[in-house]
Write a protein that binds this ligand. Structure first.
Ligand code: FAD
Ligand code: NAI
Length: 463
């Protein structure tokens, strides 16, 4: 194997592996360095994929217990085989990571196994050997933010990684942080029988979300038995054989209270991961939040070194990392691609799902935009009724003067799939009228999107 490459990508998560494949497709000689035993990064190994496998399994368990009977399906006593559920999750992950290995072979991307460290612009050392590259792409991802005083052991006090591996259903799971991870994994263990309490520092769950959707989400989660303690901070944790005792305090200060749990999940966000990359030696600059600083072309301050994905600014989402990976590979091959950061969807894969794209109503208000709102509830959608999943609504925000779609927010069945239509609409600069005039199949959940678009102009048909 020659040691000279056009591109060396460090990190084989969705940002890095996609960048490597796209660069290879464009005729560049590419290597990707990954220190994990398997490819796919956080997302495939300990993130998106295993969490969705458990969400799916736990949802089936919950449906069998609580929904089947309503449909006239009797199954007797429903039993949980957690070992099998976890094994299945492992199989799903295994198939996905093997898939990336296959794609590397197919596209002739060389996997350099080990930790990649930048010796100088143009040189990366892996397992004691130097490799040269015209371009170095850092795609080293992120890690959980630790909470001082609440020390993670991945058994009693876990991050998402341990939270995906619990070998018994905790009696009481306390989740610190009411964001994406807390609510997805909180839902999994709640459905499997745990009492779940979410402690959130701010006054609302998933604070980045449209407030109206966020409030509806809170009510629906409460109906599912997920308890929330908002405006509350965790001051410390004491472990014993029996469990963990957390000391809580109101965010505004005041008397402390105690909360005991068998397992505590710390999910207060993620931070860029740059350890071992040799950034000091190479002189790569970070911003005030420890992210690698890049320009609009993903170039760092050091010529020939680039960065994408969770390690740079922007939402820490796999599809955002992928878009950047593709765009950077194309730029390195001389093309002029573009990522539209205004149309990146976000989805919380609970049930119902919560999905959004574009601006929230609060953001529009804050920038003084004149806008119109169209809303449509799933209670008035025939398909949702047939499914027995009527919680939630679609909300579309459009410019008051031009009718251009500015944002869409959905809480409801399959919201994560429904949002794709609105992301596409925004990508094409569509108006609410364009969406409303598009013929939608009947009976489909997407009709709720069409009706919300009609409602922007006050002419929804089924409400
Ligand atoms: P990563 O996926 O973190 O990959 C970075 C890789 O680089 C790692 O494999 C690491 O081992 C490797 N690496 C780092 N440094 C070096 C080095 N020096 N040498 C060699 N290798 C190195 N996002 C979604 O969009 N949808 C979801 O449903 C979703 N669910 C999630 C669930 C959980 C529990 C978690 C934790 C995250 C989830 N995310 C989800 C976020 C998503 O996983 C990340 O946004 C995404 O993985 C970022 O991709 P990346 O390529 O930037 O980095
Ligand atoms: P998050 O940023 O989504 O949520 C963290 C929550 O913790 C916030 O609500 C924040 O206000 C709260 N918080 C912060 N400090 C706190 C403290 N000391 N005490 C109590 N609450 C505190 O982060 P999370 O859930 O850890 O996930 C990390 C990232 O991973 C997400 O932001 C997202 O980018 C990605 N992810 C995406 C998923 C998806 O797309 N479905 C699923 C899981 C993760």
């Amino acid at each position: 194997m020659s040691d000279a490459f056009d591109v060396i990508v460090i990190g084989a998560g969705p940002g890095g592996y996609v960048c490597a494949i796209r660069a290879a497709q464009l005729g560049l000689k590419v290597a990707c360095v990954e220190k994990r035993e398997t490819l796919g990064g956080t997302c495939l190994n300990v993130g998106c994929i295993p969490s969705k496998a458990l969400l799916q399994s736990s949802e089936l368990f919950d449906e069998a217990q609580h929904k089947f009977a309503d449909h006239g399906v009797g199954v007797g006593a429903v039993k949980l085989d957690l070992a099998r559920m976890l094994a299945r999750k492992g199989e799903v992950v295994g198939a996905n990571v093997k898939g990336v290995e296959f794609l590397f072979r197919k596209n002739k991307v060389t996997w350099l196994k080990g930790e990649g460290s930048i010796q100088a612009p143009g040189t990366v050392s892996v397992a004691g050997k130097d490799y040269s590259a015209k371009h170095i792409v850092i795609a080293s991802g992120s890690e959980s933010i630790p909470l001082p005083g609440v020390e993670v052991d991945e058994k009693q006090i876990v991050t998402s990684t341990g939270g995906l591996e619990l070998t018994a259903v905790p009696k009481h799971l306390v989740v610190i942080g009411g964001g994406y991870i807390g609510l997805e994994l909180g839902s999994v263990w709640r459905r499997l029988g745990a009492e779940v309490t979410v402690v959130e520092f701010l006054d609302r769950l998933v604070p980045s979300m449209d407030l109206e959707v966020g409030k509806a989400f809170e009510r629906i989660l409460a109906k599912q038995g997920i308890k929330t303690k908002l405006k509350t901070k965790v001051m410390g944790a004491t472990k014993s054989k029996k469990g963990v005792t957390l000391t809580l305090e109101a965010a505004a200060g005041g008397a402390a209270e105690e909360l005991t749990a068998d397992v505590v999940l710390v999910a207060i966000g993620r931070r860029p991961y740059v350890a071992g990359l040799g950034l000091d030696k190479a002189g790569v600059a970070l911003d005030e939040r420890g992210r690698i600083k890049v320009d609009g072309h993903y170039a760092t301050n050091v010529p020939g070194i680039y960065a994408i994905g969770d390690v740079i600014t922007g939402p820490m989402l796999a599809h955002k990392a992928e878009e950047e990976g593709v765009a950077l590979a194309e730029m390195l091959a001389g093309q002029k691609p573009h990522v539209n950061y205004g149309a990146i969807p976000g989805v919380v894969y609970t049930w119902p799902e919560v999905a959004s794209v574009g601006e929230t109503e609060e953001q529009l208000k804050a920038r003084g935009a004149a806008y119109k709102v169209g809303k449509f509830p799933f209670t008035a959608n025939g398909r949702a009724r047939a499914m027995g999943d009527m919680d939630g609504f679609v909300k579309i925000l459009a410019d008051k003067a031009t009718d251009k779609v500015l944002g869409a927010h959905i809480i409801g069945p399959d919201a994560g799939t429904l949002i794709a239509e609105m992301a596409l609409a925004m990508e094409f600069g569509a108006s609410a009228e364009d969406v409303a005039r598009t013929c939608h199949a009947h009976p489909s959940l997407n009709e709720a999107v069409k009706e919300a678009a009609l409602a922007v102009d006050g002419r929804a048909l089924h409400i």
